[in-house]
Design a protein around this ligand. Structure first.
Ligand code: SAH
Ligand code: SF4
Length: 359
C-alpha cells in the first residue's frame, strides 16, 4: 500500500496546527512554540525545536515533514538585482529575484525590498515572448516551496523582505490554492508579517480564477499582464487570449473591482513592431480608463532564441506620453541592464542546459 505523503509543517496555518496538536493530545501553547521555531528562529529540522519534549518531536517527525529548498547559485551584486537559483527535493530548479530597496520595480526609487517568487516549475501558458513557457510545464509548487523562497532569501542576505510579487516562473492563478495558502502565512502576524498591500499577484488573464480571487477577503494587489490592447495583438503573443478574450478578461476585472478597494494594474511589455504603436497606446488608455487601472510599461527583455526586441527609447517615451496625455497613471521602467523579473526563467534554463551538456 502506498503511504499518503506527510503534510509539511510550513504548509499549515496556526489554527490548523492547533487542531493537529489537539488531536495528538498536546496542549495548545505547543502550536505557538512550533510557529516561533519555524518563522522567528527559522530552524530547518524538527529536532532543533529544543523546548519541545523529545517524545513530541518524535511524534511530529512521524506525522509531518519539514522540507527545505537548496540554494544552488546567486547571480548579481548586492546593490543590484540578485537572482537566486534553488533546487527542490525532486531536483527541479526554480528561481527567485530580489530587487533591493534602492531600485523600484517600475522606474524611480523605492524604500522596499521586493522579492519576485515562482509559483510553478515551468509554465503551461506558452506566451510567445517568455522564457518560462519555453520548456513547458512540469508541476505546481507546494505552498511551503513558495514560502521557502522568502525564508531562504532572507536567510542568505540577512535582511528582511517587505514586498512580494508573484511574477517569477509560472502562472499563480493556475496554482491558486497553494499560492493563497502561502500568502496567508506570508501575511500573518505570526508568520512573515508582510502586509496584504505589499503582496501582488500577476496573471496572464485566467478570467475564472480572477473572479475566484475577487471573492477572497484578502486585500492583496492584482496585476494583469495585458501586453496588447486588441484581440488581434494579444492572440499573436498570448495563447490564453483564445480562451479568454479581452472582453471576457475585462469583465472579470470589473467583477474584481466591484469586490476590492485596491485598483488593478496593467502590465504591458513593449515589443518592437508588435504592440508599441500609437493606436495600441490609445486603445490601452481606454481599457485602463474603464477599470481605473494603472499601467506599468516594461521594455521587453531579449530572450535568447526568440525573435522579439524592445522598441527604441523614443518609441517607449512616445507610448508613455500618449497614455499620460489621456490621463492614465502610467510608469515606464527605465533602468538598463537589470532585467529584474522579466528574465525570470532564464537562469533556470541556462543551468539545465549546462547540466544536460555535462551529462
Ligand atoms: N504568469 C504570470 C506571472 C509571471 S510572468 C503572468 O504572466 O503575469 C511576470 C511578468 O513578466 C509578466 O507580465 C510577463 O509577461 C513578463 N515577462 C515575461 N517574459 C518577459 C520578457 N522577456 N521581458 C519582459 N517581461 C517579460
Ligand atoms: Fe507563463 Fe506568465 Fe510566461 Fe505567459 S508570461 S508563459 S503566463 S510565466
Amino acid at each position: 500500500m502506498v503511504k499518503a505523503a506527510k503534510a509539511d509543517l510550513k504548509s499549515l496555518v496556526l489554527s490548523e496546527l492547533q487542531e493537529q496538536l489537539r488531536e495528538l493530545g498536546e496542549p495548545s501553547y505547543r502550536a505557538g512554540q512550533i510557529i516561533d521555531w519555524l518563522y522567528q528562529k527559522r530552524v530547518d529540522a524538527i529536532d532543533k525545536m529544543t523546548n519541545l519534549p523529545g517524545a513530541l518531536r518524535k511524534r511530529l517527525s512521524e506525522t509531518f515533514s519539514l522540507g527545505k529548498i537548496d540554494l544552488v547559485r546567486v547571480l548579481g551584486a548586492r546593490d543590484t538585482t540578485q537572482k537566486f537559483l534553488f533546487r527542490l527535493a525532486d531536483r527541479n530548479l526554480i528561481e527567485s529575484v530580489l530587487i533591493p530597496a534602492s531600485l523600484a520595480l517600475y522606474g524611480g526609487r523605492s524604500d522596499r525590498r521586493t522579492i519576485c517568487v515562482s509559483t510553478q516549475v515551468g509554465c503551461a501558458y506558452g506566451c510567445k515572448f517568455c522564457a518560462s513557457g519555453l520548456e513547458g510545464f512540469s508541476r505546481n509548487l507546494s505552498s511551503n516551496e513558495i514560502l521557502d523562497q522568502l525564508i531562504a532569501v532572507e536567510g542568505a542576505t540577512g535582511e528582511k523582505i517587505d514586498n512580494v510579487v508573484f511574477m517569477g516562473m509560472g502562472e499563480p492563478l493556475a496554482n491558486l490554492e497553494n499560492v493563497l495558502r502561502a500568502i496567508r502565512i506570508i501575511n500573518a502576524e505570526w508568520g512573515l508579517g508582510i502586509g496584504a498591500r505589499h503582496i501582488t499577484i500577476s496573471t496572464s488573464g485566467l478570467a475564472q480564477q480572477i473572479r475566484k480571487l475577487a471573492e477572497e477577503p484578502l486585500q492583496i494587489r492584482l496585476a494583469i499582464s495585458l501586453h496588447g490592447a486588441t484581440d488581434e495583438v494579444r492572440n499573436r503573443i498570448m495563447p490564453i487570449n483564445r480562451r479568454y478574450n479581452i472582453e471576457t478578461l475585462l469583465s472579470a476585472c470589473d467583477y474584481y473591482n466591484a469586490h476590492k478597494k485596491q485598483h488593478l494594474t496593467f502590465e504591458y511589455i513593449l515589443i518592437a513592431g508588435v504592440n508599441d504603436s500609437d493606436e495600441q497606446a490609445s486603445l490601452l488608455s481606454q481599457l485602463a480608463h474603464r477599470l481605473s487601472a494603472k499601467v506599468n510599461l516594461i521594455p521587453y527583455n531579449n530572450v535568447s532564441g526568440l525573435p522579439w526586441t524592445r522598441p527604441s527609447e523614443d518609441r517607449q517615451e512616445k507610448f508613455l506620453s500618449i497614455l499620460r496625455g489621456k490621463g492614465i497613471a502610467a510608469t515606464l521602467r527605465r533602468e538598463k541592464g537589470h532585467d529584474i523579473d522579466a528574465a525570470c526563467g532564464q537562469l533556470r534554463l541556462q543551468t539545465e542546459r549546462n547540466e544536460a551538456r555535462t551529462l
